[in-house]
Design a protein. Sequence first.
Length: 402
Amino acid sequence: MSATRVLVLNSGSSSVKYQLLDMRDSSRLAMGLVERIGEQSSRLKHTPQGGGSREWTGPIADHDAALKAVAEELAKDGLGLDSPELAAIGHRVVHGGKTFTEPTVIDEAVLAEIERLIPVAPLHNPANLTGIRTARALRPDLPQVAVFDTAFHTTMPESAARYAIDVETADAHRVRRYGFHGTSHAYVSRATAKLLGKAPEDVNVIVLHLGNGASASAVRAGRCVDTSMGLTPLEGLVMGTRSGDMDPAVIFHLMRVGKMSTDEIDTLLNKKSGLIGLCGDNDMREIRRRVDEGDEQAKLAFDIYIHRLKKYIGAYYAVLGQVDAIAFTAGVGENAAPVREAAVAGLEPLGLAVDDALNAVRSDEPRLISPADARVAVAVVPTDEELEIATQTYALVGEESN
Ligand code: ADP
């Protein structure tokens, strides 16, 4: 029997998200998540194909127990991890540094390198590693592949990737722009080319990945040439809880004058800033509801969010010189018509416009929202990071295992 299934695992510090896909038709056989790992009230939610979710709450001590619980749920649907139809496990790994430019079959050397990158990704890589080690212990014989959030951005030229600081200091500490959400930017830029009926090599696209975390990228002929996130996912756009760009001296000021510690500032900028810091809400639905009710604070938060977004559209327009499409994706980008409208408003001289009726349409399909005669296409392209991870994983190992 040929092995055509791929399990995609996204292991966070206290959660594991998973999807099992059949690569013959990219269908989802099951998906789910375990959250609050290590607490008394851990929760597992498992949804098989066709619906009918099963939920379970109780203590799940660690990632090992979490993955075993997931394996049990999959087995109940006849999709156990011991199935000969399972071709591989694909792991999302946040930071691949400069080393990993492509999805990579995991061995001891790869694990050691992901570990070596922990100083530049202290929040993410340890959790990713735990997930990989647990999955390898469960199925040591199965190929496992790391798909890196940074990989798509490794094509950036030095002029975009280097910060203008002392070169020796930067290199000693591996300080540079790495960028994140790369799996999404890769998937969406290719899907946008397809929507235009062109090959990725024939189009220049600005991708706006607007979820709780948010990032922009400039993609020339299928290759990333700039992106808004940097050494960490804190730089760039205004996000749900992260500040994005600001004068780095704000940090010294808060230390010297505000007497705040490094950890306090880290928490402030990563968890208490962005939309939630500006208006107390980080969900764009709630912010829009408040704006519509005349709430001034929510309006200011929205305006700051849009102002930053516009600056990146302008910057990447200039970086690319010629732009074929702008693609909105992720939770906000796919769903919030007012964000798309406001981001493009006033940019008609750049050939950018949104058709109100098309922008109002709700759909899960990639679609154009610009007027038919627009010089630059504006598109809404739902992202699918799990499918992209599964596709890359299967491309690497699928043939060998068949
Ligand atoms: P992440 O993967 O970064 O956690 P998502 O891409 O799932 O985030 O995006 C989540 C965000 O999308 C929510 O915080 C919310 O702001 C926004 N969102 C989701 N649905 C809608 C909607 N219908 N209208 C406006 N915003 C939405």
